[in-house]
Design a protein around this ligand. Structure first.
Ligand code: SF4
Ligand code: SF4
Length: 87
């Protein structure tokens, strides 16, 4: 909810750039879109998408409001792997 939609995380994300800006979700893409996708379309879809994340942390470094994006994605991945909700 703190996101100011600046897009910096998207343009630092190698996955977002390599997937022609299509990765992360249909409304908001990239790292900032993953949480939104989980809330609006379900953790299952977000969990599937999370597997492309490299865990490099570049998104965290550029976010001006210090949202722990890679940690959110890591939790989505972990939740998906265990068959449950992200925790
Ligand atoms: S940690 Fe994942 S979402 Fe963040 S920049 Fe790296 S690949 Fe992209
Ligand atoms: S860098 Fe942070 S504030 Fe900017 S769009 Fe990404 S999550 Fe939102």
């Amino acid at each position: 909810m703190r996101c100011v939609r600046c897009g910096r995380c998207q343009f630092e994300c190698p996955v977002f750039l390599q997937t022609a800006n299509l990765w992360g979700g249909p409304v908001y893409g990239g790292p900032m879109g993953m949480g939104w996708t989980a809330i609006t379309l379900g953790e299952r879809l977000a969990g599937e998408l999370s597997y492309l994340c490299l865990g490099c942390g570049r998104c965290d470094e550029v976010c001006p409001v210090e949202i722990p994006l890679s940690d959110i994605i890591r939790k989505l991945k972990s939740g998906y792997a265990s068959g449950g909700k992200a925790g």
